[in-house]
Design a protein around this ligand. Structure first.
Ligand code: NI
Ligand code: MN
Length: 234
């Protein structure tokens, strides 16, 4: 399976002509290499409603006739833009045909803020996604702080690759993300949600070194870089 890191929390997974993108934030992200109009996917997974996670979701959904998968409130909100949505909630699993995605909890918030109208629209709980695709289990943790039930998620799943935020301030920082990786029993960790803005600058190499001390492989990717995920290589 090919994993492309598009920067920030945006990753694209592809295999056998099927493709899924998580948290598309390409236009407006100075670090992004790919353009939203070049993305070809069947599904768009959104962890929560913040602008740095949903920026290009509607445009990509319309251009591809793709379906957005998100929490019930966020999915309903976006459906009013005329896109196909699956509105689910925490603990539930959606069958995409070629893959199954289970929404797990994340400790964060989820809203859209309309500055001009001084209005905040709250969009339900934030989440993360466990993606079960062929023989691989991939976790996209979304935006979250460290929480104890990561141990439970680790006990219940054999996570081949975890995408964990390390930027700090809005999410976990690197030290907590190392603990998260241990609790999740992740074999491989791709750091996300860092170096996009000055406030979330982090040293990915130092993070990988800390993971290595605990027997976990760090896989920092620059925006536009990709990795091949295989069961045997893990
Ligand atoms: Ni957020
Ligand atoms: Mn974010």
């Amino acid at each position: 399976m090919q994993l492309v890191y598009h920067g920030h929390s945006c990753v694209q997974l592809s295999e056998g002509g099927q493709s899924v993108i998580v948290d598309p934030f390409l236009s407006g992200n100075p670090a992004a290499v790919a353009k939203a109009e070049d993305i070809r996917v069947q599904y768009i997974l959104l962890t929560h409603g913040h602008g740095d996670h949903i920026a290009d979701a509607t445009a990509i959904a319309k251009a591809n006739d793709a379906t957005i998968v998100a929490t019930f409130e966020l999915a309903n909100y976006l459906s009013w833009n005329g896109v196909k949505t699956i509105g689910m909630n925490l603990g539930g699993t959606a069958d995409l045909g070629f893959a199954k995605v289970k929404m797990v909890h994340a400790f964060h918030s989820s809203s859209m803020i309309f500055e001009d109208e001084r209005k905040i629209v709250y969009l339900g709980m934030p989440g993360g996604f466990l993606i079960y695709w062929n023989d691989l289990t991939i976790l996209h943790a979304g935006d979250t702080g460290l929480f104890g039930d990561m141990k439970m998620i680790g006990e219940m799943n054999k996570i081949d690759c975890a995408l964990l935020p390390i930027g700090d301030f809005f999410t976990m920082g690197p030290d907590d993300a190392v603990i998260a990786a241990e609790w999740l029993r992740a074999k491989k960790v791709v750091p996300i949600h860092y170096n996009t803005f000055p406030g979330i600058a982090q040293d990915a190499a130092a993070f990988s070194a800390k993971l290595k001390e605990r027997g976990i492989e760090g896989l920092p990717l620059k925006p536009g870089e990709s990795a091949e995920l295989t069961k045997s290589a893990l």
